[in-house]
Design a protein around this ligand. Sequence first.
Ligand code: ZN
Length: 317
Amino acid sequence: MHAIHQRVALILMIVAGLTSHRLCAQDWSKVEVQTVRLTDSVYVLAGAGGTMAVLVGEDGPLLVDSGYKETAEKTAAAVKAITDKPIRLVINTHWHFDHVGGNEALVKAGAIIIAHENVRKQMSADRHVAVIDTDVPASPPAARPAITFADSLTLHWNGEDVRIMHVPNAHTDGDSMVFFSKANVLHMGDTWFNGMYTFMDINAGGSLDGVIRAFDLALTLADDTTVIIPGHGPKADVAGLREYRTMLVTVRDRVRALKAQGKTRDEVIAAKPTKEYDAKWGQSWLDPDTWVGLIFDTMKLPSSRSERARPVRVPTD
Ligand SMILES: [Zn+2]
């Protein structure tokens, strides 16, 4: 009963978050940040946007993502409850408002924002997210990442090697995964919505092939003791990662085969390529038909070598 309760709460939270730009009825005063300690140095903060990670130590806290703008004070208070040191660094896994909303307040308090260069680009102009029919205005300059990178970046911080790796065209065109290699904790950003179908933002260059590449990279990093933090949904392990990847590849191959046969978008959706997975992953805000339509729309049939996926480079230092 408790698990079901948590799941319903999570779904409501995501739906509330994703629709908050359209509905003004969201009661931010009711949002609570839940803090969970994963290791000696790594915590997660959940409930105020995408799941955040906090790395603590001598150099001062480093945050992965900053949650909603409206709950930035609650996020800062949750970090303060862990450590007295001021937040120094914030990594954004991608540009969506439930992951970068707290940036401006954190910068005003002295933090520096780090992200893939496409996160800065996406945050610098007005955007539209079609699947939730939401316009997202450009972020103020102070909220945009001050440090950007093209491929990967390693931070040596709080005694940890923090490896930030870009995965092209997955949930968006600017996703990064963050690996705390000593603590053995991997934050996957929104390349994984655990417990539900993973949303690809087609207006921002998302694709299922990219999401699968993110899973492949995660599987090269994770071992049996790695703790995995998805952008939404409960924490996971490598077994959960493998199970979800199998589903992604099966559905991708089915949709690709139907598309190659010349089936239309409606025909592919009607063929129910996700059917045996819907009981487990299709009960959340992104229903199976919408997800299959997104896969269809973002899928290009490989017609030449140049269109095939390029491998993701894993930094070694
Ligand atoms: Zn997102």
